[in-house]
Every structure is written in C-alpha cells, then in structure tokens.
Design a protein around this ligand. Structure first.
Ligand code: HEC
Length: 141
C-alpha cells in the first residue's frame, strides 16, 4: 500500500500536480514514534491549534477536527479533491499533511492559518499517525 502510494506520488509529481508545494519542513531526522494514538496523541494537537476554525457550529472547509478521524481519513479534500485529507497509511498522498508541513501550497494557506507552523515534533507525530493507519474490511483503525 505504502509502495503503491509512493509510486503514485512520483508519477503525479512528475505530472506537476504537486508543483505548487515548496518550503516543506524536513522531518527526516525525527525518528518514527511507534503506535501513535489518535485520541491521546493527535486530538490534543488539533484541539490546541485547529478546532477554533475547524469545529462546530460551522467548521471551515466542512472539516470538523473535534471528533478524531471521522472527517479526514479517506475523505476527499474540499480544496483539492484529487487527494484525500488523510490517505490511510500514506503520508505522501495526504492533503492535510501538506497543509501543515509546507509553506507553498497547492491551494490556500499553510495551517494553522494566522499562526506559526506546528512544532516539528507535532508534525512528525501526525506523519507517523497517518503512516500507521491500517485499513480493515469494515473500516480503519
Ligand atoms: C484561523 C482559522 C484556522 C485555523 C486555526 C486552522 N485553519 Fe485550516 N483552514 C482555514 C481556512 C480559512 C481554510 C481554507 C483556506 C486556506 O486553505 O487557506 C482552511 C483549510 C484547511 C484544510 C483544507 C481542507 C480541505 O478539505 O481542503 C486543511 C486540511 C486544514 N485547513 C487543516 C488545518 C489544521 C490541521 C489546522 C491545525 C493545525 C488548521 N487547519 C487550523 C482556517 C483555519
């Protein structure tokens, strides 16, 4: 799955779909955190940085980040529907990750909007969470 995603990413990249992405923070020196948990590791990052805008009653971009994975995993981006917000298991195909990792965007601004970028450690946790999502027949975990 991850390999297929990477191959797709390279093909798309050559096709310049990702040409707008630039100034992405380098997380390669941050080791993978094993067993990242949505509710205890990721949800607090969203609550601290995102949910004032992406929360009830009228979440911006129709994306509510107050309830975990529901609005993001395997859900197409509103701005850039060619990509899912979070592609399970493949950070390199996940629009939400680009939104927090890169200055130059495919569409709109880097997130969190009107605030400094997320700490590299938090970006890396989101990276690891996405890469660790497993898909099952009846959903994802
Ligand atoms: C101050 C308000 C604000 C905050 C805080 C904020 N956003 Fe956004 N977000 C927006 C706006 C406005 C847009 C649409 C315009 C743009 O992209 O600049 C958007 C768009 C997005 C999109 C695109 C959604 C789609 O389906 O295409 C993603 C992903 C996103 N934000 C993620 C985040 C994350 C993750 C955080 C926290 C780390 C965050 N945002 C914090 C206002 C905000």
């Amino acid at each position: 799955m991850r390999t297929v995603g990477l191959i797709l990413f390279c093909l798309l990249f050559n096709d310049s779909v990702f040409a707008g992405l630039s100034g992405c923070d380098d997380l390669s020196t941050i080791a993978e955190t094993p067993a990242v948990d949505m509710s205890t590791d990721i949800q607090p990052i969203f609550e601290a940085n995102c949910t004032t805008c992406h929360g009830p009653p009228d979440p911006i971009a129709f994306m509510d980040l107050t309830h975990g994975a529901q609005d993001i995993v395997a859900v197409p981006s509103f701005q850039f529907p060619e990509l899912n917000r979070v592609e399970p298991g493949t950070v390199s195909m996940s629009y939400l990750f680009f939104k927090i990792n890169c200055n130059g965007q495919l569409s709109g601004n880097r997130m969190p909007r009107e605030a400094p970028p997320l700490r590299l450690a938090d970006q890396a946790l989101i990276r690891d969470w996405i890469n660790q999502i497993l898909i099952f027949k009846d959903g994802f975990e």
